[in-house]
Ligand binder design. Structure first.
Ligand code: SF4
Length: 182
């Protein structure tokens, strides 16, 4: 049976390992790595390299998009002091989902999604609302989900440990980096 194609925005390897595995039961998954929020560039390169490992492990195609942090900084500058889950995050989600939708349109995917809702720090209702709005704008469909359900986050932690993947200790942007312990 032919599976429906889906373009899945991937934020990091540990989350991708669990969620893409789940999606592959129903869909022909292609991953998109577009994360200009990640800072510094060294960290971005590390997360991308780990995402490549997951793509090889699960045998799916990974599209590596550009790294354009300047635009991301400009868009979020006004909200740099907001806490995580605040307005800066909404802009960050919207920017990455907008890019995913455009890529989906260009490449002929009728459906797209993001794996970000697996994180306990990400509000799935917000992600799904942004995804729906973005899909409408481009005449596409967005797969709404809350991948943290059914113990999703802990499963992603377990699986990524088994594969020896790097797991970051901050969301990604400069403003989410936790100060080093004294
Ligand atoms: S905390 Fe995470 S989601 Fe929020 S703006 Fe920073 S990188 Fe984006």
């Amino acid at each position: 049976m032919n599976k429906s194609p889906i373009l899945a925005h991937l934020c990091c390897a540990p989350d991708a390992l669990y969620v893409v595995g789940l999606l592959q039961a129903e869909y022909e998954v292609v991953g998109l790595f577009y994360n200009p929020n990640i800072h510094p560039e060294e960290e971005y390169r590390l997360r991308l390299a780990e995402a490549r490992r997951v793509a090889e492990h699960l045998q799916f195609k990974l599209i590596e998009d550009i790294y354009d942090p300047e635009t991301w900084f400009r868009l979020t500058e006004k909200f740099k002091s907001e806490p995580e889950k605040g307005r800066r995050c909404n802009i960050c989600f919207a920017w990455r989902l907008e890019r995913t939708a455009r890529k989906a349109l260009e490449a002929g995917f009728p459906l797209f999604t993001t794996i970000m809702s697996v994180s306990p720090w990400k509000n799935s209702a917000v992600l799904n609302r942004i995804g729906r709005m973005t899909a409408r704008k481009y005449g596409l469909k967005f797969l709404e989900a809350d991948f943290k359900k059914k113990d999703g986050f802990n499963r992603s932690v377990r699986l990524s440990r088994e594969l020896g993947l790097y797991r970051q200790n901050y969301c990604g942007c400069l403003y989410s980096r936790r100060p080093a312990s004294p």
